[in-house]
Design a protein around this ligand. Structure first.
Ligand code: HEC
Ligand code: HEC
Length: 336
């Protein structure tokens, strides 16, 4: 049960850091530490480099080709929809719609997720149905609700375009223009889409004035009373795993469709990164929260109570100033 095993990691890490904090408190004669130190910093340290897989190592030629393909509406049947139509850089690589719209008359099933920091995700898609970034590519391209473009037609279009022929030749010398080349190039570009340093990172690194006081109080709530770090853990604020937080409708199995015998994966969807959340919205797999303030109201109430819902999700009893502090913290995760 992959979905379950993956839940263990971050929780163990959290307990370890809580235990260490306990030791520090003890060592300091019982005074709780107001500022982060040692182990805390390690847990939130941003990685130094992007993990390109051995099966698709970075080359500038592939990334350039991938960027061109990503922004090209010529990948859709109508010549009007590109990947960037639903993953807009200026909207936090999402699209601002409850359900994305592509080339077809019907909207997509889900709200479009951000592409920020996806290089670090093990499984892609709200339900985790894609095993890697490469594997996502042709689903939106060929889907009638997405770009509505048959694979053969796309490959023929690319092969007939001298500019593409040249770019493919540079990225994949001596190789044909085929489905795999398109996947490898677009995925290389996508892995380069990363969040940058935010006020929170500067505060974690020791700059005490980098975050307003409200955001510091918000972080204490986030990692304490509100239990948010149980799932939004580590520097990217996601455990990369799947949980029912009480958002999904009864008819939505989520990750549970692949694990019918796992109670906790019924109605479970992927924990999104919280980095740059203030740039996007609506939120959740179904776009059901319009603003971050609404997300906080949602968690304060605790969502639909059912057996699959994660134990930590329950009414929090936050007062208005605590809600404002949490919001200030979430805003401090946006890079500048
Ligand atoms: C019509 C809107 C639309 C278009 C066009 C579109 N996407 Fe998406 N994208 C979505 C939606 C909706 C999802 C969520 C799908 C799911 O979870 O099953 C998604 C999911 C993804 C994911 C998974 C992200 C994650 O965090 O798990 C990747 C990667 C992605 N798209 C890349 C692309 C690429 C590359 C293109 C162009 C070839 C593209 N998308 C075109 C709407 C779109
Ligand atoms: C049990 C795990 C869990 C806990 C605890 C948790 N979250 Fe989440 N969070 C998720 C999952 C899973 C989603 C996506 C749910 C969906 O779309 O159905 C989510 C979605 C979100 C989103 C929307 C992000 C986006 O880009 O769509 C925000 C913001 C958020 N959570 C903040 C918080 C805050 C603040 C707390 C603490 C009050 C918290 N979360 C506690 C798992 C969790």
């Amino acid at each position: 049960m992959l979905g379950h095993m993956k839940n263990a990691g971050p929780r163990v890490m959290l307990f370890r850091s809580l235990a260490l904090m306990g030791l520090l408190v003890f060592a300091c004669g019982g005074t709780p530490r107001a500022e982060p130190g040692g182990d805390w910093r390690d847990e939130y340290r941003r990685p130094q480099s992007i993990p390109y897989p051995a099966s698709n190592p970075f080359t500038p030629e592939k990334a350039d080709l991938g960027r061109t393909l990503f922004f090209d509406p010529g990948l859709s049947a109508s010549n009007t929809v590109s990947c960037a139509s639903c993953h807009k850089p200026e909207h936090g690589w999402s699209d601002g719609l409850v359900h994305s719209r592509g080339d077809g008359p019907t909207p997509m099933l889900f709200h479009s997720p951000t592409l920020l920091d996806i290089a670090w995700l093990d499984r892609l898609g709200w339900e985790g149905k894609f095993r890697d970034i490469e594997a996502v590519t042709f689903t939106p391209i060929t889907s009638p609700a997405g770009m509505n473009m048959p694979e053969e037609k796309l490959l023929a279009r690319l092969a007939a375009d001298p500019a593409y022929v040249e770019m493919f030749a540079r990225a994949f010398p001596g190789k044909p223009i085929n489905r795999r080349a398109v996947e490898l190039a677009i995925a290389t570009f996508e892995r380069s889409i990363t969040s940058k340093t935010a006020p929170f990172d500067r505060w974690i690194a020791g700059d005490k004035s980098a975050m307003p006081e409200a955001a510091k109080r918000g972080f204490a709530l986030f990692s304490g009373k509100a239990h948010c770090t149980e799932c939004h853990s580590g520097w990217a604020f996601t455990d990369g795993s799947f949980h029912d937080i009480g958002v999904a409708k009864e008819a939505e199995a989520g990750r549970g469709q692949f694990f019918p015998n796992s109670l906790k994966l019924q109605h479970a969807f992927k924990t999104p990164t919280l980095r740059n959340d203030a740039d996007r919205g609506p939120f959740m797999h179904d776009g059901s929260s319009a603003t971050l303030a609404q997300v906080i109201e949602f968690y304060d109430k605790g969502g639909v109570d059912r057996p699959s819902r994660a134990e930590v999700i329950k009414p929090l009893g936050l007062n208005p100033s605590e809600k404002a502090d949490l919001l200030a913290f979430l805003r401090a995760l946006t890079d500048d």
